[in-house]
Structure formats: C-alpha cells, structure tokens
Design a protein around this ligand. Structure first.
Ligand code: PLP
Length: 340
C-alpha cells in the first residue's frame, strides 16, 4: 500500500535471521529482524521513521532539525546522522543530567556535528520546561537565518509511523518466503511509533503475523489509551482499510523492571546470553529489556514451547557504553580480565 507520501530511500531491507542457539536455549523458534543493521549512524529503528520525517523537513525548506529525548537517546543519534548526511544543522534537547563524561550516544551525536542541550529537571512537570527550551533553541537558529523542523520524541508521530508500516509489509513478505506464517512478532515499545506502524501495516494487509509489544517504561491506563489513539490517528490520516479494535492491541506492561533505562540484573543477563550465544549485541535500555521480557514470557508459558517468534532488533547498542550500565557490567565481567 502506498500513501502518496515522499520519503528518502536509504534502506533497502533488513534481514531476518534464525538464531539456533537462542532457539535451543529457550525451546522456541527464535528469529531476529535485524533493524539494528540499518545503514546510517550505527543503525537502529529510527532510520525508517526518519526517511519520512527528514524528507518532509527538506520538502518544507528546513535547514535545521531539533529533536528531544533522554540524554542517551538513540533516536537523537540517528537524527544527528541524518542531519549530517543531508547538510542540516541539528540539536538534541534533553531534560537530563550531564553524566560527567561524553560517552555512548552523546559522543556519537557530537561526532555527527549535533549540538546537545542538557538541562537537569527542576522538578516541575516536564513538558513546560521542555517547551521553553525548544522555543529558545528554535529562536537561536532563527536568529541565524535557519529554518527549523521539529521532530518529536522518538520520531513518533503519524508520519514517522509510516516507516514501520513499511517494515510490516517487508516482514510479512519475508515471513512468507521463510515459511513463518502465523508467527508472533515482538517489538520494544517506548514512544510507540514502531508498534503503531507495525500494527497498522500488519492489519492493513491482513497479515497472518501477530504483534506483541513489550513496554520498556511504565504504561498506565492513560498510556495504553494514548497508544490506541495513536493507532487510530495513523489509520485515519492515511485512510487505511481496516477496523481497529483496541482489544487487538497486545501490549505486555509487566517487564519494565523499575523504570526507563534503569540498570537491571535480569536485563544484563539477557544481554550477556544473546552476546555469548549468538555474538549479537542488544542494549540495556530497550532491546535487552524486551529480550529479558521474552525470556520471562517463555518461562511463564505466555510464549508456548516451539512457538515461532520474530523479535525486531531495533538497535541501541551504543547504550551499552552509558556510564550507569557500563559500571554494572564491569563488576560482573571483570573476573575474565587477567591483568598480567
Ligand atoms: C533501540 C530502541 N529500540 C526500541 C525503541 C522503541 O521504539 P519506539 O520509540 O518507536 O516505541 C527505541 C526508541 O527510542 C530505541 O532506541
């Protein structure tokens, strides 16, 4: 299905791989859709959204991008890489503390030439402070004659979601080619654009694939309603041809492990399992947390033995170098470091 919306074409497609050791370990048929291998700025899911969003920015004559997120935002890093490629200025605004070192995604942002604005929360409800900062940075750019295009958190608006609508069609075709009809697709849910796009795409083409999202930050009832509204907005904006029943939204909210980006032993164990069995890196904030959720879902019988699962690896690997995670990994891994 095509919606007459322009996009940059950077990505052809990402592979789906069967992971034999993890399959054996978990007693399921485990496949990975390698969206961590998208070709720009160290990879990850945001490229698909940014193909639409940055095209829109260019079409509107923008010369500078502003986006928001946590200090270690993967979305910000990929936005910074896109800005570099298309000759746009770029700033990331984060209500976050400077961690005391320029590492992980923040280091990469600066390599791409992106400015970082970090402001420690003053305890007031978030959006007010963020709005003020966005206005300030926008005015700075405008005073220099730049035209600003604002990209919301995670690139998650109706336009950005089309990137994962496209991914749903790509995955459905790959699943058919690989004999994976009826498989369960699992993705990590943060700002929700990936899930909303996948959901709409799979529904719109009557795919046999079933989508389950694993939330990596707390989702209360209002959060779930927001996700439903988001799906409705994407569907209505582009006139998609399916009936949306909120009961079909399959979101696991019980594997958050304390909150957004908090270090967790179970998540580190999941990251180590994937790395040591398959040589594939996941991250402690998103994909490692969702993978830890998958391991629990198998243990709890929510994912049945022998079930076919396709997990979308949405990237995030630089997050392993985030100070708060790195020091915890170090404690657990130093036993194999032999200083002679
Ligand atoms: C590595 C990674 N995986 C998954 C997600 C979640 O995607 P979404 O924000 O579209 O829900 C993000 C979001 O930033 C991410 O960086």
């Amino acid at each position: 299905m095509s919606f007459n919306v322009n996009k940059l074409n950077i990505l052809y497609e990402t592979p789906v791989e069967y992971l034999s050791s993890i399959s054996k370990e978990l007693g399921i048929d485990f496949y990975l859709k390698r969206d961590d291998l998208t070709p720009l700025g160290a990879g990850g899911n945001k490229l698909r959204k940014l193909e639409y969003l940055v095209q829109d920015a260019i079409d509107q004559g923008a010369t500078a991008l502003i986006t928001v997120g946590g200090g270690q935002t993967n979305h910000g890093r990929q936005t910074a890489a896109m800005a570099a490629k298309y000759g746009l200025k770029c700033s990331i605004i984060a209500i976050d503390e400077y961690p005391g070192e320029l590492s992980a995604n923040m280091l990469l942002d600066r390599l791409f030439g992106c400015d970082l604005y970090l402001k420690k929360s003053d305890g007031r409800p978030g959006s007010v402070q963020m709005d003020e900062l966005i206005e300030k940075v926008t005015k700075n750019y405008e005073a220099q004659g730049e035209k600003v295009y604002f990209i919301p958190m995670g690139g998650s608006n109706v336009l950005g979601a089309l990137g994962y609508y496209d991914c749903a069609l790509e995955l459905d075709r790959q699943a058919k080619e690989m004999g994976l009809e009826g498989a369960r697709v699992i993705d990590t849910v943060g700002s929700m654009g990936t899930f909303a796009g996948l959901f709409c795409g799979l529904k719109d083409i009557r795919s046999s694939l079933h989508l389950t999202g694993i939330a990596i930050l707390p989702f209360n009832e209002k959060g779930v309603k927001n996700l439903e509204q988001y799906i409705n907005d994407v569907k209505d904006t582009y006139g998609m041809d399916f009936n949306f029943d909120p009961y079909e939204v399959d979101l696991e909210t019980g594997y958050v492990r304390g909150g957004y980006n908090l270090p967790s032993k179970e998540v580190r164990e999941a990251v180590k399992l994937m790395a040591s069995k398959e040589g594939i890196l996941m991250d402690p904030c998103y994909t490692g947390k969702a993978f830890a959720g998958i391991i629990d879902m198998v243990k709890e019988g929510k994912i049945k033995k022998g079930e076919k699962v396709i997990f979308i690896h949405t990237g995030g690997m630089p997050g392993l170098y985030t100070y708060s995670h790195r020091i915890e990994f170090e404690k657990e891994l130093m036993d194999g470091v032999h200083i002679l």
